[in-house]
Design a protein around this ligand. Sequence first.
Ligand SMILES: Cc1cc2nc3c(=O)[nH]c(=O)nc-3n(C[C@H](O)[C@H](O)[C@H](O)COP(=O)(O)OP(=O)(O)OC[C@H]3O[C@@H](n4cnc5c(N)ncnc54)[C@H](O)[C@@H]3O)c2cc1C
Length: 449
Amino acid sequence: MGAGPTGLTLARQLDRHGVPYRIVEKSAKPFDGSRGKGLQPRTLEVLDDLGLIDGFLAAGSPYPGLLAHLPDGGTHAFRLDELHAPTPAVPWPNMLMLPQWRTAELLADGVPVELGTGLTGLSPLDGGVRVILDTGETVDARYVVGADGGRSTVRKLAGIGFEGETHEEERMLIADVRVTGLDRDHWHVWPGEGRAFRLGLCPLPGGDWFQLTAPPSALTPAELVAAVDPSITVTEVGWTSEYRANMRMASRFRAGNVFLAGDAAHVHSPAGGQGLNTGIQDAYNLGWKLATGSSAILDTYEEERLPVAAGVLGISTRLHRRHAEGADDALRRDDPVLRQLSLNYRGTTLAVERRPQPGSVRAGDRAPDSPLADGRIFDRLRGPHATVLAFDWTSPLPILPVPVHHVAEAAGVYGTTGPTLLLIRPDGYVGCATHDVHDVLGYLDRLGL
Ligand SMILES: Cc1cc2nc3c(=O)[nH]c(=O)nc-3n(C[C@H](O)[C@H](O)[C@H](O)COP(=O)(O)OP(=O)(O)OC[C@H]3O[C@@H](n4cnc5c(N)ncnc54)[C@H](O)[C@@H]3O)c2cc1C
């Protein structure tokens, strides 16, 4: 339910697993705002797995440096984060900027979204869920996923609480504007009195639009811009919204056969650019589990994603506070956690670490990329299947129901010692790490493979 970035990613996942689905979207037309404009490195890896990375890299741009226009007429250039060089393990180390409408458009290509169709009712059925749509149609489904945003109807109908804080007084105007008289090489910001934030204009890739942000005011976007620099003219105002500081999380991500994902499950401050990315990761985690149809595997969705959402909520709330307090480095975004590469599911049910001396990459961790004599690890993992990576393995292996690749060249990146098997889940996390093939067989059995 819902065709934002979360629902669309889930639809793509279900599609390639061959799971029949319907995706309904209340709005009659696709979303047209720039809103969540930052794609984190881990999201780029998901897009690579989905076969979409080239289109995203072509459409997006690196984050530009910031240029502060100081009250005394001077300027000060700085960056949100340093630019990182790619490494063998991390091919896309930097955030990619892309307006949310374009992210959704690229994700939606080929997805049969039913626009202008909202969910209004939900009731449990034996082995499924009955859904009522505002078209009057009743649909009996095995599972329902509420990817219907922060005000989620699915969450309310499922009776799941949404705990946290809303700060009505902390608001931000956000608008897409076209301007003349301003270069597109920088994200321009104008500090006000003290260190208060007065106005920001960020050039968006793929056109001549800027994303304007400012504390709410009685002035129009054009007047706000003219007030900081009369030589800049706003020629057009597009999507406009007022953001309210809202930091909340669902108390459960599953109720029977109903699941919550994305903003329906957690809303964050935009500080740190985590919301859309976390929603895409939720969908990526849930998609293959729905395909297994196993209730025990589906239980691991909440087990894995709820703590991640809580962690992200904590960090984006801290960044939000620093911004609200006007801290010196309030705009810095150099905490590596924000790139979502180090998020892991260590110690959870599906993370089976059997080695007495685990290497640097353990069960539950993201499987990093690494060059191979013939291609790279991500080429081997791409697709909806689980994969076995065999390091320094010379003894015979039984026939396994998943692809097996001998990848001794990647032992350095993975920190393996001696003959080792790593079972990589369909979503690119290490499921089982072992020196004994029977552990892999047992794990595959659990996944129903
Ligand atoms: C100012 C701002 C800046 C942001 N910047 C970033 C950023 O840089 N990086 C980042 O990661 N995130 C950012 N975010 C957050 C990001 O926009 C959201 O996290 C993201 O949109 C969540 O995607 P979603 O698919 O879960 O939900 P949504 O995008 O809200 O999509 C939910 C969809 O469900 C539909 N729907 C609602 N009710 C129903 C119903 N009953 N039936 C059917 N459909 C329904 C809605 O119409 C909507 O299309 C920002 C947010 C704001 C406000």
